[in-house]
Design a protein around this ligand. Structure first.
Ligand code: ATP
Ligand code: TZE
Length: 263
């Protein structure tokens, strides 16, 4: 049984600054989730201030959702600052399976910066590994879980990072240890930006403890929150109830409900 008591207590009792450069689509929910977990989100992305903001933060989350030129200039400053000031970088390669520029950008960041956590959905992780878009033939929905597990393990070793592949079952691997998490709700992929929110929770948890357990806690906060949320009153109520449950959840509830395998 994983014990989340200590890390959950740290998160709830001390506040870290999480610098998040994310899609505007998800930014409000992500910031509110971090606030509800007692953390301090900051969403600066103007290239002239990004270096300074990252330097004063405990983690930098880079999310490629809704890219544009000025955002890329900001991201470059954030990555430079994180590398020079030893701030952990969490990369969410949104859309790396869909366009060449997102895939190439993700691969460039992985090669040139110390990415501590790479978190994508199955398609994104598959595309990064094979350096190939899933729109060009492969249907990532049909990729066997076993194949994605092996990809996570290999990518983690190749880039000296922790890899998270999100989906019906979530995979976490540092190349040596691998966890498979089985909580969640089929309604989660019906709310846009839940993967982006997950990136924010992972960035916060990882800034407290740099290990697989922190990531497992982050995923469980979202997925068990979704299991507890109201599901029979429509999607808007589900989303609000999900945010409520995330703000109310405790480590005991997570330990009681988590379903996982150590591979
Ligand atoms: N079919 C499912 N059943 C249960 N949980 C799921 C399912 N699909 C996704 N999830 C959960 O939803 C969360 C988001 O994962 P998902 O893979 O949908 O991210 P994403 O594709 O990056 O999302 P988005 O693009 O909307 O930000 C994760 O916590 C994951 O475990
Ligand atoms: C729908 C969508 N479009 C760009 S980012 C995003 C959120 C899912 O990651």
């Amino acid at each position: 049984m994983i014990n989340f008591d200590d890390i959950f207590k740290q998160i709830k009792e001390s506040t870290h600054t999480i610098h998040a450069i994310v899609s505007p689509l998800a930014s409000n929910d992500l910031a509110n989730v971090l606030l509800s977990l007692n953390q301090a989100p900051i969403l600066a992305e103007y290239y002239k201030e990004v270096y300074e903001v990252t330097k004063n933060s405990h983690a930098l989350l880079i999310n490629l959702g809704t890219l544009n030129q000025s955002k890329l200039m900001g991201i470059k400053e954030g990555l430079k600052s994180a590398k020079e000031n030893n701030i952990p970088i969490i990369l969410d390669p949104v859309g790396a399976s869909a366009t060449k520029v997102r895939l190439e950008t993700s691969l460039y960041y992985l090669k040139n910066y110390p990415i501590k956590v790479l978190k994508g959905n199955y398609s994104e992780i598959y595309s990064i590994y094979h350096k190939k878009l899933t729109t060009s033939g492969v249907d990532a929905k049909n990729i066997a879980k076993e194949e994605i597990i092996k990809i996570c393990q290999d990518l983690a070793t190749m880039y000296n990072t922790i890899v998270v592949a999100s989906g019906k079952e979530d995979i976490i691997s540092d190349g040596k240890e691998t966890l498979l998490l089985k909580n969640g709700s089929p309604l989660l992929p019906k709310v846009t930006g839940t993967g982006c929110i997950l990136g924010g929770i992972i960035a916060a948890a990882y800034s407290f403890e740099k290990n697989l357990n922190a990531i497992a806690l982050a995923i469980s906060i979202l997925n068990i929150g979704a299991e507890l949320a109201i599901k029979d009153k429509g999607m808007a109520t589900f989303k609000i109830s999900l945010l409520d449950q995330i703000s109310l959840i405790d480590s005991k509830t997570i330990e009681e409900r988590i379903i996982y395998e150590k591979l």
